[in-house]
Design a protein around this ligand. Sequence first.
Ligand code: PLP
Length: 416
Amino acid sequence: FDALSAQDPEIAAVVVDELDRLRSGLQLIASENFTSPAVLAALGSTLSNKYAEGYPGRRYYGGCEVVDRAEELGIERAKELFGAEHANLQPHSGANANIAAYGAFCQPGDTVLAMSLPHGGHLTHGTKVSFSGKWFNAVHYGVDAKTEDIDYDQARDLAREHKPKMIICGGSAIPRLIDFKAFREIADEVGAILMVDAAHFIGLVAGKAIPSPVPYADVVTFTTHKVLRGPRGGALVCKAEHAAKLDKAVFPMMQGGPLMHAVAAKAVNLKECMTPEYQAYARQVIANAQALTKGLGEHGMRPVTGGTDTHLALLDLAETGVTGKDAEARCDAAGIVLNKNAIPNDPQPPSIASGIRVGSPSVTTQGMGEEQMTAIAGLIARAVKETDGDPQHAVAREVRADVSDLVTAFPAYPRS
Ligand code: PLP
């Protein structure tokens, strides 16, 4: 860091200010976390310099014998952690891992069946603005109107009608466990590949806190930076029979050289995930999300599906009369970072939204427990209902003072 400060004080200031921002507020974005200093060290290493197109032992460049060790260790750890037959740690991001899955199993124009974005899916699951909707014929299932959980009957009916090449389950705003066995049965019935996009919940699987999709899926794609708590990036695990196809789809179909510093950082993170401490963390992430959700419900923010089994919750703000957009801005001004989110069948456009999404991965990494979650629910309720988005509002200042007490007691990246 001294070298950065001396050479480029402007960017050094960005790094310091971002660390201050992380430390001074409550980070409740469900897809974020605080990765370890060991992971950051690997990310900031000279492995960033190396071109290593190909795979360990079969590279298109010389001098790869050292970085090969990092990738081999990472692959072995991923296979062991997830009980998988094959792993690929090279995708630069979750979206890239998904492109590879489409590339391995589908041709442009093929039909895929996935969860719709407004019901909790992801952009890469066939929305028109993404490669997936531009190049593939996407059909979407959603949630049941009553339970607000995945409508498996609809998914089965659409699969029978459209005979998709690939069925995708997983998404960005699904608070409940997914029935992977049910999706496997639907896929088998229509002869489809089953892709599970586990980006959001793979960390809970790694920590053995929820059931794994690996025995059921042809391919499981994921990001490495959410609950998992690794570096920003993507990865996939799959059955041995699909290994060669998926490896070729990652490189050379979708990417060039892998980011070897990121691959090494993924390996570091996977080792962390094999510890009893990480398993306790994963269980606490869920307990915290449940306590936070219960607290928000008691403050008149209705949990979609009635609660959560995972690290995130969706709250319908209708009863408060505040939109998701305003709630996000009011919380931000009070030192609480979360995001607006559409709820199923939202009457508002996505840019306004009727709900918010909250997640517990970051605050759990800080060491907070259920007691703090109940307190945070009260702070969110005050920010949403009693403030107006002005950071100088008296209640916003009071909430910020309480936030400050909490993050002082449970610091992110504690000063040693
Ligand atoms: N899939 C799901 C379900 C996600 O939630 C995300 C990101 O939030 C992605 C894929 C894409 O990951 P990335 O942003 O790394 O491309």
